[in-house]
Design a binder for this molecule. Structure first.
Ligand SMILES: C[S@@+](CC[C@H](N)C(=O)[O-])C[C@H]1O[C@@H](n2cnc3c(N)ncnc32)[C@H](O)[C@@H]1O
Length: 245
């Protein structure tokens, strides 16, 4: 999770606590529970895009990418992209990074795969990524994954990656993205979602969905839910999958 996400979440939590002390816990909790359903389809894009547009964004993102690579973040317990790729040496032609941001995952994938499709709706993020990453085998697609996935041609098994993207989106967009991933993925494809799962929990731009929810959104995939506990008991991060039909 990047620093913007952490700041947004802690800001929402502080506002909720402040209002709870003044207006009473139950009414405020109820209001905040309703807020996720008022979230728009662009809410995550708008929040992230505002960050990518600030003057020091290029420097901050350059440092962020170096930090992620330095920490071997691709091997982090709630992602485990490195081990998944290593276990499937036959899938090396195509990778799709959905919600690529400024591209630290795409940059890592470009060293393992022949071609990486990086989908990102923030033009500011893509401009930064192109200034930082030298890889010539990353093809950038500027737009929402709900629109861009349908345009991809994937003739051989591909790896689909999301680095904390779907947990920011509403159920409806997430379902559409999962449906398109399933439609596009040839048998033998892989998925590596650094996304939340566990006891259902929804707050603005932060959604945790149950295993049943993910299974119904991703039919035809053999899913493995990683046991990386986050935030509170019952909440986890990380989903792997192999397309079996
Ligand atoms: C938390 S950031 C993660 C960026 C990157 N994957 C990383 O790990 O640093 C979420 C990204 O999803 C992008 N995003 C928002 N809505 C999207 C959508 N509908 N389709 C694809 N990406 C989206 C945002 O612009 C943002 O760059």
């Amino acid at each position: 999770m990047n620093s913007l996400t952490l700041r947004t979440k802690s800001c929402v939590r502080s506002i909720e606590h402040w209002l709870s002390r003044r207006l009473g816990h139950s009414s405020v909790t109820l209001a905040f529970r309703a807020m996720p359903w008022l979230q728009t389809a662009r809410a995550s894009l708008d929040a992230h895009d505002a960050h990518y547009r600030i003057e020091k964004a290029l420097d901050e993102e350059r440092q962020y990418i170096q930090r992620q690579w330095g920490l071997d973040a691709q091997n982090a317990p709630g992602f485990a992209l490195g081990p998944l790729v290593e276990h499937h040496p036959g899938v090396r032609a195509l990778a799709v990074d959905i919600g690529a941001g400024t591209g630290w995952v795409a940059g890592w994938l470009a060293r393992q795969f022949e071609l990486v499709h990086a989908i990102e709706p923030s033009r500011a993020a893509v401009t930064i990524a192109k200034r930082i990453l030298a890889a010539s085998n990353i093809e950038w697609h500027v737009g929402m994954a709900e629109d861009m996935l349908a345009r991809l041609t994937l003739p051989s098994p591909a790896l689909f990656v999301t680095g904390c993207v779907l947990s920011h989106l509403r159920d409806s967009e997430t379902r559409t993205i999962c449906r398109l991933v399933s439609q596009k993925a040839p048998r033998g494809s892989l998925l590596c979602f650094a996304e939340c799962w566990g006891e259902e929990h929804h707050q603005p731009i932060w959604h945790v969905r149950s295993q049943d929810w993910w299974r119904s959104a991703l039919p035809g995939w053999q899913l493995e839910f990683l046991s990386c506990n986050i935030e509170v008991p019952g909440r986890y991060k990380g989903i792997h999958g192999v397309k079996s039909s």
